[in-house]
Design a binder for this molecule. Structure first.
Ligand code: SIN
Length: 524
């Protein structure tokens, strides 16, 4: 076991880095663990932006923001969490990201961030750095984290499991003790070894699980590792049926989907079918392309089903008439041009893709989970802000707010925390004669998980399909768990073990909930 730190942060996106910086500023010793390089996170893939509130003269307010979040959330938001986000988020965005970290948001003529519009927002309140906002934020956060004397950064380590007592205690009589999280077991793919990282408090900020779906805007590292570890440690997990699909991912057959930011529609891009008709008139005549994501994604899905086409199209010409596309949306333009598509001359083929997990490890307003010693923030957590469907550009903000609040609460608890007695916790035990892992088997299993969730637990669901999916993955889960116990560990095997568990959590939740709401839509 390693020497203990005050706070172990697992994950280095906006939630993890914000938590680490806040705790370190408050004097705590922090170890920040990244699965890849520090800056290679889902945060850095976020294009659109982060909510910063429009100027008061434009009539924006935290009440209006809260009502937009609740409107998108389809009646399932936790009111106090929404209020907290709407009140604290824009302030932190300004004071922490812009003023302290100098994130290069696009500025207006008065030298302050110039917000843009996004779907389902009633005001222009999205701070952005062209269309690479997440990357700009991540770069600033990573730099600050690396410079902080109280933070030790560990890169390219994979989460194996949380360390809990009594589960990992050597003394069987400890079974009567209450559960407590003491850190995590981490696998180093370079050495093949597992180390125990002990901590007085542990924060999960491991991100989402978009890679469980065949088509996703997420990086391949989004395999639900933190959610799975929390579930195995018996934390409360909620709302797993609410997986959000982003309406507009670039469609190129045989290629991974690339996000085409919501801000395009916010600024006037129109959805059309092959005949050039604006089909949103039939699905959301009042809001059209600015309807919440679940509505737009379903409309696209239904339009594709009715026409038999493989995609619909995003027409950027209304924007091109007003804006310099290359100047405002360089990431989008580069992605299109890389595929030989020119948004100045043609509408761009798009399809929905899995984008964001609205459920997660249940946390309170201070990021505490149901397990003492464990906090969670960001996509892995369920704060209640998103309800059944997330409003655009709330995810980075939620990671920031709960990263901060979780760190503050964890530091407050440190004074009352005793370290586990030496020798109380068991060391990691390897199998005596591990089987080699076969990459072909792992690829095959991933293919089955990803196509099963896409086809049977996707944008439109039925009970019969969910039952079928559950049965198909049941046997696979059993095989993977057996393999995990007998094989030599690898990052690929750990991710697969997380993926199959999270897939089953989604399927069970979707099957148990017969009510269509937000992004869980059952046609039966
Ligand atoms: C986007 O740019 O459309 C993604 C922003 C988000 O998911 O909030």
């Amino acid at each position: 076991m390693n020497r203990s730190v005050d706070l172990l942060v697992l994950g280095s996106g906006i939630a993890g880095c914000s938590a680490a910086l806040r705790a370190a500023d408050l004097g705590a010793s922090v170890m920040l663990v990244a699965k890849d390089d520090l800056g290679a996170t889902n945060t850095s893939w976020a294009q659109g932006g982060i909510i910063g509130l429009a100027p008061p003269e434009e009539g924006d307010s935290s009440n209006l923001l809260a009502s937009d979040i609740e409107g998108a959330g389809a009646g399932l938001c936790r009111t106090e969490a929404v209020r907290l986000l709407a009140e604290e988020g824009p302030r932190l965005c300004r004071t922490f990201l812009w003023e302290r970290l100098a994130v290069p948001f696009d500025l207006g003529t008065n030298g302050t961030p110039a917000p843009t519009a996004e779907a389902a927002h009633s005001a222009r309140r999205i701070y952005h750095a062209k269309d690479a906002t997440g990357l700009a934020i991540q770069t600033a956060l990573s730099e600050a984290v690396r410079k902080h004397p109280n933070i030790r950064v560990r890169e390219r380590l994979c989460l194996v499991d949380l360390i809990t007592s009594p589960h990992h205690c050597v003394d069987p009589v400890r079974v009567y003790d209450p559960i407590q999280v003491h850190g995590a077991f981490l696998f180093d793919p370079d050495t093949g070894e597992v180390e125990g990282a002990l901590a007085k408090r542990t924060m999960l900020a491991t991100g989402g699980l978009g890679y469980l779906y065949l088509h996703t805007t997420n990086p391949p590292s989004a395999t639900g590792d933190g959610l799975a570890a929390a579930y195995r440690a018996s934390a409360r997990i909620v709302n797993c049926e609410y997986v959000q699909f982003h309406p507009t991912a670039l469609y190129v057959p045989g290629k991974p989907r690339t996000l085409l930011t919501e801000a395009l529609r916010g600024e006037g891009a129109q959805l059309v079918n092959r005949k050039g008709e604006r089909f949103m008139t039939r699905f959301a005549p009042d809001q059209m392309e600015l309807a919440p994501r679940d509505v737009v994604s379903r409309a696209i899905f239904q339009e594709m089903a009715a026409s038999g086409e493989a995609c619909v199209y995003l027409d950027l010409s209304p924007l091109a008439a007003r804006l310099d596309l290359d100047q405002h949306f360089p990431t989008v333009l580069a992605a299109c041009r890389a595929e030989g598509l020119d948004p100045h001359r043609q509408a761009i083929p798009v399809v929905p893709a899995a984008h964001y997990f609205c459920g997660g490890v249940l946390v309170d307003l201070d990021g505490r989970t149901s397990l003492p010693g464990l906090f969670a923030a960001g996509e892995v957590a369920c704060t209640g802000v998103h309800g059944a469907n997330r409003l655009a550009s709330t995810s980075l903000l939620e990671g920031l707010v709960w990263g901060f609040r979780g760190a503050e609460a964890a530091v407050r608890e440190l004074r009352a925390t005793a370290l586990p007695e030496p020798g109380l916790l068991a060391q990691w035990r390897k199998p005596e004669e591990p089987e080699p892992t076969d990459p072909l088997l792992i690829d095959q299993d991933w293919g089955l998980i990803r196509s099963t969730l896409w086809n049977y637990a996707g944008i439109v669901r039925t009970g019969a399909r969910l039952v079928r999916a559950k049965a198909d993955l049941h046997y696979l889960a059993h095989r993977i768990e057996r393999f995990y116990h007998e094989a030599s560990l690898s990052r690929e095997l750990l991710e697969l073990r997380s993926g199959i568990l999270c897939a089953r959590l989604i399927l069970n939740a979707a099957l148990q909930n017969p009510e269509s709401r937000g992004c869980h839509y059952r046609v039966d």
